[in-house]
Design a binder for this molecule. Structure first.
Ligand code: F6P
Length: 326
């Protein structure tokens, strides 16, 4: 096995706060280890089109506190096809890049896994997504910041909900997973939390809202994960209004607000640690894996497992949130 001399780094898929801190850590750890490091712009799209630039220590100055990603990002349809992946491989050969750090989520690692098998190319992944829906790490980069963003918004909504005796349905991100909903819901004292991992029974929720909840409260917050099987917050609010017409309801979709902003200290430290570990891992021969942290320990998980082994949502915390909001 020849020693790695040049590595590439890229961000791909939905951006998340802390990606810049991860890029900074990768670039500086690589330079410290005597490697050349190249930034690839717009994820796999940039790899296909040859949007590659050498990075230096100063290239990543003053970015640890910034949201978004200086390397930009994209969801690449072309990389799904073999022709796209072949072009991406040709770019890597042209720049003599011999290993890659890919920062992203499910889509990014699905592509990385196929690419490694097809072209025998070493890639280590960093979990960068606000959704926290990757197996092999307690927390993904950006998740903590996103939760804090939701809680900040929900606290403000709570003020107006209380003043008007209203019930607010707040929709949060999490395409297939309820992690953001659960944790932010607990932190803002939400009366109900609807997640895709559990079935929401319309009649049940209506009964709770009509009787139990009304006994103690005149206003409230329901956090709805966008992936909830009952539909988004508008759909849920509509169904509830039909069943309990006396409710004064409002809907807020938080949307992409959750993806931006300065990363929390937690996300900066997580991103820095994982970025550092990814380069060390590549030099130690790790490949085809995502690096994560579980119980304060660095863990490498094969891409296929990170994507497909669904991380369990803590159902007891869901139960706890109901009891604490009674
Ligand atoms: O995967 C991260 C995520 O923010 C999801 O929570 C959300 O469903 C999706 O990306 C939105 O994607 P886009 O920015 O492409 O609309």
């Amino acid at each position: 096995m020849t020693r790695i001399q040049k590595i590439g780094v890229m961000t791909s898929g939905g951006d998340s706060p802390g990606m810049n801190a991860a890029i900074r850590a990768v670039v500086r750890t690589a330079i410290f280890n005597g490697l050349d490091v190249y930034g690839i712009y717009r994820g796999y799209e940039g790899l296909i089109d040859g949007q590659v630039e050498q990075m230096f220590s100063h290239s990543v100055s003053n970015i640890i506190q910034r949201g978004g990603t200086i390397l930009k990002t994209a969801r690449s349809k072309r990389f799904v096809e073999y022709e796209g992946r072949l072009k991406a491989y040709q770019t890597l050969m042209e720049f003599k890049i011999d290993a890659l750090v890919a920062i992203g989520g499910n889509g990014t690692f699905t592509g990385a896994s196929i690419f490694d098998k097809e072209f025998n190319f070493p890639i280590v992944g960093l979990p960068g997504t606000i959704d926290n829906d990757l197996y092999g790490t307690d927390s993904t980069i950006g998740y903590d910041t996103a939760i804090n963003t939701v809680v900040g918004a929900a606290d403000k909504i709570r003020d107006t909900a209380t003043s008007h005796d209203r019930l607010f349905f707040i929709e949060v991100m999490g395409r297939d997973a309820g992690f953001i909903a659960l944790r932010s819901g607990i932190a803002c004292g939400a009366e109900f939390i609807l997640v895709p991992e559990t079935t929401t029974y319309v009649d049940n929720l209506a009964r709770l809202l009509r009787h139990d909840w009304r006994k103690n409260k005149t206003s409230g917050i329901v956090i709805v994960a966008e992936g909830d099987e009952m539909g988004g917050a508008f759909e849920v609010a509509k169904k509830m209004k039909e069943k309990v017409p006396e409710l004064d309801t409002r809907v807020t979709i938080l949307g992409h607000v959750q993806r931006g902003g300065s990363p929390s200290a937690f996300d900066r430290v997580l991103a820095s640690s994982l970025g550092y570990q990814s380069v060390r891992g590549l030099l130690d021969g790790e490949r085809g894996e995502m690096v994560g942290i579980i119980d304060n320990k660095v863990v490498y998980t094969p891409f296929d497992k990170a994507i497909k082994h669904t991380k369990d949502l803590n159902k007891e915390m869901l139960e706890m949130s109901r009891i604490l909001a009674l």
